[in-house]
Ligand binder design. Structure first.
Ligand code: MN
Length: 239
């Protein structure tokens, strides 16, 4: 049985359908998304429905989390576009997002949205730590998560200092030019919505994910939105 993990889809339905067809999905394949299947791209509602109907196991991303919190009346600000997406989610779609876990562990394979620190034990993680799994990017020397504004401190991208104790991690969230492979992790968000490509990682043996894997990719049909770095250039002012 193959375990197939998809990087951030962000509403790129056409590329997702094309990628599944290129892989040649068959009965018995286990398909998992690292989260952030909606927002930014052209077909958010359609991707949610398509993923749900095709039994894609969804890991919670920060974008799914926003909709789950909005549904719960937590203070989340939604622009007109997100309000429209929310209004078009069916009860089943919302249930699908609400049921998404913070992480999934299969043998020595761990799938989560953004990252982890060496201080987090997934078996006993607090709710605060679980919420970090959908946002972590950079860590300081004490393995503390840094916000975007704090990244002038000496820091490392989490995967480059991760010790492997929570399994081989497959994650998304940070868009790379190509798959980022470190000692104990695979970063598979390759920025489809920014006009790059959509990636699937195929694992043959979940007990030894690093030993036998395959990467399958399709190119984005177009650049749907500027990437975060380009957008930050225009909007972020560092105090
Ligand atoms: Mn994300």
């Amino acid at each position: 049985m193959r375990t197939i993990i998809y990087g951030d889809i962000h509403g790129c339905l056409e590329e997702f359908v094309q990628l599944r067809s290129k892989i040649g999905i068959t009965i018995g394949d286990r398909e998992i998304s690292v989260g952030d299947i909606l927002d930014r791209g052209p077909y958010s509602n359609e991707v949610v429905r398509y993923a749900r109907e095709n039994n894609i196991e969804l890991i919670l991303g920060n974008h799914e989390d926003k909709y789950v919190r909005y549904k719960k009346d937590n203070p989340v600000t939604f622009d007109a576009e997100k309000q429209k997406i929310f209004a078009n989610l069916s009860a089943k779609d919302i249930e699908y997002l609400q049921n998404a876990p913070f992480f999934l562990k299969i043998d020595n394979l761990t799938i989560l949205h953004a990252g982890i620190t060496n201080k987090i034990d997934l078996q006993t993680a607090s709710s605060k730590q679980l919420k970090q799994l959908i946002r972590i990017r950079h860590l300081n020397k004490e393995q503390k998560m840094l916000s975007l504004e704090q990244q002038t401190e000496i820091h490392s991208f989490w995967s480059e200092v991760y010790n492997g104790e929570q399994g081989i991690i497959v994650y998304g969230h940070e868009a790379f030019d190509d798959v980022k492979i470190d000692n104990y992790s695979f970063g598979i968000d390759t920025g489809c919505v920014y006009g790059n490509k959509l990636t699937a990682l195929i694992i043959q043996d979940t007990a030894k994910p690093m030993q036998n894997y395959e990467i399958v990719q399709v190119n984005a049909q177009r650049k749907y939105i500027k990437n975060v770095k380009e957008r930050n250039k225009c909007t972020i002012t560092i105090p």
